[in-house]
Design a protein around this ligand. Sequence first.
Ligand SMILES: C[S@@+](CC[C@H](N)C(=O)[O-])C[C@H]1O[C@@H](n2cnc3c(N)ncnc32)[C@H](O)[C@@H]1O
Length: 157
Amino acid sequence: MDKYICELLQKWCPEQPEEILEVGCGAGYWLEYLLKIRKTIVVGVDISPDMLAVAERRFSGDPRVRLYEGDIRNMDFLENDRFDFTFCAWIFQYLVRVNFREGLRELKRVTKPGGVIMLTENIPHGDAQAFTFPTYVQEGPKATMHGQNLHIERERY
Ligand SMILES: C[S@@+](CC[C@H](N)C(=O)[O-])C[C@H]1O[C@@H](n2cnc3c(N)ncnc32)[C@H](O)[C@@H]1O
């Protein structure tokens, strides 16, 4: 699975992004990979201070890494239209019974127009059926998904 996600990150992350965001970054596993494949600044957000503490130790002062404690549904500490590439891995499953649309709205807000939002999930039930693993979400002016003005492109194993 990891190899597959790595290939997808290579494919979907723009070649020369100014900044990359991972929300629900946990201990920083994917941030570390993103740092390897792109010369850029990576920003990680997670709701769990414990997970962020592990990530802090992993990157120990690396100036290319910025970590924030926060909730995907309200990331008002991040500016509009900031990131070329926004990535989430296995976080929307936590939002199924809350409001995953608020999370999507925030991802869209902080991602540059023309940027890419990539989500990986495996939620076979409920309101999040759109997120069959893995799902890629890209900005698309004409496309819609649940009224979110997002274009969904899917690939599966
Ligand atoms: C299954 S872990 C995945 C971690 C990381 N993306 C990875 O693949 O290694 C899900 C992460 O989402 C975080 N999380 C859950 N709900 C969140 C929320 N509302 N906002 C931000 N992070 C959240 C959890 O603290 C956890 O670190």
